[in-house]
Design a protein around this ligand. Structure first.
Ligand SMILES: [Zn+2]
Length: 276
């Protein structure tokens, strides 16, 4: 009788431990199932890489000869965004729900915490339709960094310090050119306006991420073609007004008009020296 009681007592305690573990477990990591989905998808891709002979190429055996000289494709651009959401938690949730179809490699919270959500060698879904110079499908060639910001806020110092740290590492690892650190608005004029005009592009360029002009004390040549200059920098000038808007969001943040002033033209004259 007593034995049964003790047994019952123990199984009760045991059950309680399991419940506590489960609830604490949920509290610790709400992303258990999306992490599992990530692992599953990564496993599928690794299976694809291991496939021999290739089954998705023009020729199958016997016309497959594996070369000995290759490596993984590498990102060549970094595209910076603001999340236009109200918290990091909200963004993590957005990027872990399949129906949203959006993601980025990194999310930087207001306190400087950096979440790494996707292997740098894999393709994120953050750029969408866009063009920079002759580069299209920027999702395939870029790393996406989302900074927690509701769209109008000032970026926190902790965010910028963390961002600079991530950029430094990416630049070194993938040898990304100085001019290829750009914003979402730069590649998608008229469609995107992030990161907002509080973003410290000049400070970034001083650290080697993106270009900035040295002076505005220059003369604008009489035959200066501003649209051509925008195109040379990388902007898609299909719609000139929208290209000017994106340019000003990045380089003339104090002026939200879509007009290209003489002062703006001086900036362009200086800037194209860097891109040429
Ligand atoms: Zn964006």
């Amino acid at each position: 009788m007593q034995k049964t009681l003790i047994k019952q007592k123990f199984s009760g305690i045991f059950l309680l431990i399991i419940i506590v573990e489960l609830t604490q477990g949920c509290g610790r990591n709400p992303y258990v199932s999306s992490n599992r989905a990530y692992k599953k998808q990564a496993k599928e891709f690794s299976k694809l890489l291991r496939r021999y002979p290739l089954q998705d190429s023009v020729s199958n055996e016997p016309y497959f000869v594996g070369t000995t000289n290759f490596s993984m494709r590498r990102p060549n651009y970094v595209i910076i965004h603001h999340t236009a959401q109200n918290s990091c938690e909200q963004t993590l949730k957005t990027f872990t729900q399949p129906h949203t179809q959006v993601s980025s490699h990194y999310v930087i919270c207001k306190d400087g915490t950096v979440y790494h959500m996707l292997n740098d060698l894999l393709r994120g879904h953050h750029a969408g339709v866009g063009k920079w110079g002759s580069a299209t499908d920027l999702n395939s060639s870029s790393i996406g960094i989302e900074i927690d910001n509701n769209g109008t806020e000032v970026f926190t110092e902790a965010q910028i310090i963390s961002l600079l740290d991530v950029l430094q590492r990416l630049k070194k690892t993938f040898n990304i050119p100085v001019g290829n650190f750009i914003g979402h608005a730069d590649i998608a004029p008229g469609r995107k306006v992030d990161p907002n005009r509080n973003f410290p592009w000049q400070r970034l360029s001083e650290q080697g991420f993106g270009y900035w002009y040295d002076t505005t004390n220059v003369a604008v040549p009489p035959d200066f073609n501003a649209v051509q200059a925008l195109r040379l920098i990388g902007y898609d000038t299909k719609n000139e007004v929208q290209a000017i808007q994106s340019f000003k969001l990045h380089f003339v943040q104090s002026d939200s008009s879509m007009l290209l002033t003489d002062a703006d033209k001086k900036i362009l004259v200086e800037l194209i020296k860097k891109y040429q």
